[in-house]
Design a protein around this ligand. Structure first.
Ligand code: BTN
Length: 325
């Protein structure tokens, strides 16, 4: 327990030296116990330096997923209602929430690595242990507060907004769930639901978010389509802060799905790729081209094909820019 408390104190003063004496006093333990706890934290990967005659320093660049550091980046209300689970490995954080049926509303599960990270339309999501964010948020109560059909759009906006702040330039959203930077995919969202058997209503909403943060290399199959914050900037980022910012933004945009749909759609459209352009739409094995005219209030695509208007929802389709032959 004192190990967790010690980590919290070090995290609150990240980047400054704290003396062994002061820490021992604050935790009501011996200096030797502080030393032991520091070593245990170092073994878990926390970047702590022991500085002779001065004390201990948690580097401001230390990037181990941590419950308490995520909470430091949330407001009090949000921190109190969030239940955070950090796993070192999971097949998929979305699947984890689906399988563990007794988890509380507002559980956020994070994994350092996923062995079967999933994307939309049966695709996989590359999730190796190189400092990416792989997380899923569970909503089981008051789902009627949200328009769940717009949840993916809300999450994409939240992620894109936070990434813009980090990159100091604009990322774009490829409808409906992918975040792009200069033609490369940086993040993706997978929203899933569980239906109540008797009533057919939604009993759980799961919002899965995957972001390539500090990833240095991608497998050859995706190296020409994927990127990470590290590859764009040459810098490494601290994930706990980013996670806190995304969860805060996500709450804001999820509430807008019901209360202020029009603004949500307007903001989404400002970030959306290919609006007003010719695109190729894939539905199962079928492909066709059309003009992407607009997005309606449900977040569905309004397309024009041979002077006919078509409205398509996200169910089974994906889009890409029309390639000119
Ligand atoms: C996509 O690329 O189509 C969406 C990718 C979503 C990936 C995230 S990572 C956390 C969560 N768990 C998963 O298996 N998928 C989502």
């Amino acid at each position: 327990m004192s190990k967790e408390k010690l980590l919290k104190i070090l995290e609150e003063s990240k980047g400054t030296i704290l003396s062994g004496n002061a820490l021992a006093e604050e935790l009501s333990i011996s200096r030797n116990a502080v030393w032991k706890a520091v070593n245990a934290l170092k073994n878990e990967g926390h970047d702590i330096q022991s500085i002779k005659n001065k004390g201990y320093l948690l580097s401001s660049r230390s990037d181990v997923l941590s419950d308490s550091e995520i909470r430091m980046n949330l407001n009090k209300d949000l921190s109190e209602k969030l239940n955070i689970i950090v796993l070192s490995e999971a097949p998929s954080t979305n699947s984890y929430l689906k399988e563990n049926k007794d988890l509380a509303n507002n559980t956020l599960v994070l994994a350092k690595t996923q062995t079967q990270g999933r994307g939309r339309l049966g695709k996989s999501f590359h999730s190796t242990d190189q400092g990416g964010i792989y997380m899923s948020l569970l909503k089981t109560e008051d789902i009627a507060k949200y328009d769940t059909g717009l949840a993916t759009l809300a999450a994409a906006l939240a992620v894109s907004e936070v990434l813009d702040g980090l990159l100091e330039e604009e990322t774009r959203i490829k409808w409906v769930n992918d975040i792009y930077h200069n033609g490369y995919k940086l993040a993706g969202i997978l929203t899933e639901g569980t239906l109540e058997f008797e009533t057919g209503s939604l009993s759980a909403l799961i919002i899965g978010i995957g972001i390539n943060i500090n990833t240095e290399d991608f497998p050859s199959e995706i190296q020409d389509i994927a990127t990470s914050l590290y590859r764009i900037t040459g810098r490494k980022f601290v994930r706990n802060r980013i996670i806190g910012e995304i969860i805060s933004a996500l709450e804001k945009y999820l509430l807008m799905t019901k209360k202020d749909k029009i603004s949500l759609i307007r903001l989404y459209k400002e970030k959306m790729l290919y609006l007003g352009e010719e695109i190729t739409i894939r539905r199962g094995n079928e492909e066709f081209t059309a003009h992407l005219s607009d997005l309606n209030e449900e977040g569905h695509l309004i397309l024009k094909k041979n002077n006919e208007i078509m409205i398509l929802n996200s169910g089974e389709i994906s889009i890409r820019k029309r390639e000119l032959l």
